[in-house]
Design a protein around this ligand. Structure first.
Ligand code: S3P
Length: 167
């Protein structure tokens, strides 16, 4: 009963798909952003504002190590988590890492106008999504053991994952 990690860009459906997948499989669901927020009693936005992105990345790496001490979990990681090879390695060493691949229009539609995501705050959100995605997609592909088309409804994405994993 290894873990299953879902990685991918903000708005790729990691949390929604992850919850559904975990409930179908009888696994525990864990979201690394929620785990960081609960451990430090601060929102992700407040952490970025007060300590900056690098410190947030350290907290994220620490949480991933802690979570990976356990098994039988579906883990949804923040959109930047697997960009540190150390995190990708830790996650791969306790199960499959699935990249939910989506395109920029899907992300833009899903995240809407208001966002709690510090990296997408301010002007020109669409441009930020496009350029960050272009930069990151090769890194998600490198980090993951499997890639699934994350467009469409969560139920269908879960079906694609379970078919791929043959479960
Ligand atoms: C981030 C994604 C966010 C959160 C933080 C940074 C990123 O998580 O970890 O705002 O670098 O892509 P979600 O992908 O769950 O939105």
């Amino acid at each position: 009963m290894d873990n299953i990690t879902l990685c991918g860009f903000m708005g790729s459906g990691k949390t929604t798909v992850g919850r559904l997948l975990a409930s179908d499989m009888g696994y525990k669901f864990i979201d690394t952003d929620a785990a960081v927020e609960s451990k430090y009693s601060m929102t992700i936005s407040a952490i970025f504002e007060e300590y900056g992105e690098e410190r947030f990345r350290d907290m994220e790496s620490e949480i991933i190590k802690e979570i990976c001490e356990n098994r039988g979990q579906v883990i949804s990681v923040g959109g930047g988590a697997v960009l540190r090879e150390e995190n990708a390695y830790t996650l791969r060493s306790c199960g499959e890492v699935i990249f939910l691949d989506v395109d920029a229009p899907t992300v833009i539609k899903r995240i809407g106008k208001g966002s709690t995501r510090p990296l997408l705050s301010g002007e020109d959100r669409e441009e930020k999504v496009r350029s960050l995605m272009k930069e990151r997609r090769p890194l998600y592909l490198r980090a993951a053991t499997l890639t699934v088309d994350g467009r469409g409804c969560a139920k269908n994405v879960v079906k694609k994952i379970t078919d791929l994993l043959k479960i």
